[in-house]
Structures are given as structure tokens and as C-alpha cells.
Design a protein around this ligand. Sequence first.
Ligand SMILES: Nc1ncnc2c1ncn2[C@@H]1O[C@H](COP(=O)(O)OP(=O)(O)OP(=O)(O)O)[C@@H](O)[C@H]1O
Ligand SMILES: [Mg+2]
Length: 264
Amino acid sequence: MHAPLLQLQHINAHYGPIHVLKDLSLEVGAGEIVCLLGGNACGKSTTLKTILGLVTPSSGTIVFAGEPITGWSSSERIRRGIAVVPENRRLFGPLTVHENLLMGAYLRHDRRAIDEDLARIYARFPRLSERAGQPAQTLSGGEQQMLAVGRALMSRPKLLLLDEPSMGLAPQLVEQSFALLQMLSRQGVAVLVVEQNARVALQIAQRGYVLQTGRVVLEGAAAGLVANDQLRRAYLSRGSVIRFSPLGHGRAWRGHGRQSGERR
Ligand SMILES: Nc1ncnc2c1ncn2[C@@H]1O[C@H](COP(=O)(O)OP(=O)(O)OP(=O)(O)O)[C@@H](O)[C@H]1O
Ligand SMILES: [Mg+2]
């Protein structure tokens, strides 16, 4: 088996005296879609911030593409191939769509390749191309989401982190946004997506982790999680239809909905 692209090994993180992440271990394979589920305040955003280097863990190791990156700055991590679509998108509102996209490439100096990537993103999102000169704050919610993803792609990531991309989007746009993640994964970009919308996230993810007060309480193949009674009760509303399409395209699923405490 290939080594995973990202590994969090026994991460603990604190905000002052508050112990937020507790012995958290997780993995994302190259080109894999993994979802991180859990209720409010359980540490999902903190996990992404720790991967990005915005929160320094008190113990544990982060390995990315075979290298320990635990002490690296955020910009070193971005350069190495980690990008984020943050909570609420965090666009530069007064700047234009075009300027926002360029901000995604601020650590790059390969002007010609940047132009090629811009052209690719405009081709993929014609709506952004039509609105290239428009301030980002005047875009609709769905367009802002496209722009946030486009901006993240401008750093040519190997791993894309997304913090609640479905937030504030109509169901149809949520589907579109998740279909885009599937397409990126097919092109080899690994995706770690934080979601409260477990039903949708588990449709596209190969694997998932469930956090509760900073601890992984459940992990495994998405299909196993969908069928898990504990998860159903907690996150999947009663009677809701889970449309699960087998989009794993042959990638090996590791684990089968292991319960916490079980060892590999
Ligand atoms: N900068 C900070 N300083 C102090 N405490 C913080 C800070 N950021 C987050 N916390 C606390 O850490 C805990 C985990 O927060 P986090 O944002 O990671 O949760 P979350 O799972 O993303 O929640 P949500 O689903 O509401 O976005 C919360 O109790 C939060 O109040
Ligand atoms: Mg959060």
C-alpha cells in the first residue's frame, strides 16, 4: 500500500487551558475524498487549522507527502501542496474575482503557469470568467463558493481542505459543489472535507471520521458509516433517503466502520 499523502498522528491541541484535539489520528490518501464529521465545537475547524499550521499542536506529528511538517509555517505547507477553502469562504470582498484568484497564487512566481491555471479555472467556471472584473462581495453564495475553490486551486494543491462548503448553499448548489470535489479527486487532488451535512458528505467520500469533543469516536469506509446506527441517530435525520452512489471507482476502502477503541 502507498503511504498516505497526509497523516495526523496522535495530535493534541489546546487553546490556552482548553484541550480541543485529543490524541487525534487521521489519514488521507492521494486523490482520496475523506470527510470529517461531528457536531458544533467538536474541533473540526481546529483540525484543519492544525493541518494548515494555523494552530500549533501541543504534541503529535503531521506528515505530508512523506515529510514531517509539524513545525512548518503555513506558507511552507501551502507551497508544498496544501490549500484551504475556509469556513465562510473568506474572500477578499472589495477585490475582483480575478484579483481573488491571483491571491491564490501569491506564493508562486511562475507567471506563465499561473496564466495557464487562470485560463483553466475560467474554463471550468465560466460564471467566474463572466464576472472576472466584478467585486467578489457582489457574487451570489454559489458563485462565491466557486471562487473560493478556484482560488484554492490556484496554488496547485495536492490536498484541498474544505470547511463546511455546503454552508448557506441551496441543495442543488450543494450537489454541484460536491460533484466538483469528485471531479478534482479523479484528477488526483486529495480532499479532506469538514461537514455537518453528513448525508451529502458520505455520498462522495470514500472514508470518514466522526469527532466528538476532539476525539475520533468512529472511522471507516463511507458505506460502513452510512449504515452505522450510532451515526444515523446522531447525524442522519430519521427517514431521510441516503442516496449512495458507488463512486469509489475501485479505490481500496480501508476499514469498515471501525468503532473507537478498536485497533487496526
Ligand atoms: N481561537 C480560539 N481560542 C479559544 N478557543 C477556541 C478558538 N477557536 C476555537 N475554540 C474553541 O475550540 C472548540 C473547537 O472549535 P472548532 O472551531 O474547532 O469547532 P468546530 O467543530 O469547527 O465547530 P463548528 O461546527 O461550530 O464550526 C470550541 O469549543 C471553540 O470555542
Ligand atoms: Mg468549524
